[in-house]
Design a protein around this ligand. Sequence first.
Ligand code: SAH
Length: 248
Amino acid sequence: MMTNPHPLRAKVRIVLVETSHPGNIGAAARAMKNMGLDRLYLVQPVDYPNEKAVFRSASASDVLDQVVVCASLQEAISDCSLVLGTSARQRRIPWPLVTPKEAAIKITEHGAGAGDIAIVFGRESKGLKNEELQQCQYHVNIPTSEAYSSLNLAMAVQVLSYELFCASEAATPERVWDQLPATNTDLEHFFGHLETTLAEVGFHDPDNPRQLLTRLRRLFLRIEPDQMEISILRGFLKAVNDATRRQS
Ligand code: SAH
C-alpha cells in the first residue's frame, strides 16, 4: 500500500555503525518500516548485502533496496542538524542524556523544516566509540534492568522508532527560529578551526590535550548553535588568527 510520506519521519535516518550480523540489518529495516521510517544508512557493514538481511526484513525489503552504504560515520551524518547517538553505557565524560521518549520529543521540536536528523546505533559487540558518541548532540539510553542493559541492536532500533512514531503522530509544535541550525559539517569545521586557534595562541597543547577539546565539543553541541552563530564564532577565530599571525 502506498502512503504519503510523513514530513518529519521522512527527514529521519537510522544509522547503523559497523553492524556484524546481516540479520540485524534486516530486522532493523522491518522495525523501521513498521514505524513509518525508511531511510537506513549503514557505515561499513561487516557482511552486507546478504540474503539473511532480506529474510529478516520480511515485507520491508524496500527499505533495504534504498540503503545508503557509507565509508564513515561522518559521511552518514554530515548534512544532519540533529544527531542522536544510542548507547547502553555511561561514559567517563557524560554527554547530555535523554530517554527514547525525550529523544522523540527533541526530534519533533526540531521539526521537518530545519534539516535532516540521524539516530545512530553502534556495533553489536562494542557499541559506539567515545569519539562517535561525541559527534552527537544527545546520548539516548533505553532504561533497562540493571542485570542486563544491552538490547539486541534491532530491538533498540524498534524502541526508538516506536517512540518517534508516537511523538510524531501527536502534533508537537516546531521550534520557531530565525536561522537554520548548524549541520554536522558546520560544527566539525568549527571544531577544527577552534582546535588550531587554541593551539596557535598556546592555550591548547596538542602533545598534552587532556579532555579540553572533548569538553569544548560538549559545550558547543549542548547549545545547538545555528548557522549564523557558527559563522560569527568562525569570524572571531579568524580575527584571532590574523592578530596572532601579525605578531609572529
Ligand atoms: N556491548 C555493547 C552494546 C551493543 S548493543 C556496548 O557495550 O555498548 C548494540 C547497539 O544497540 C548499541 O550500540 C546501541 O546503539 C543499541 N543499544 C543496545 N542497548 C541499548 C540501551 N540500553 N540504550 C541505548 N541503546 C542501546
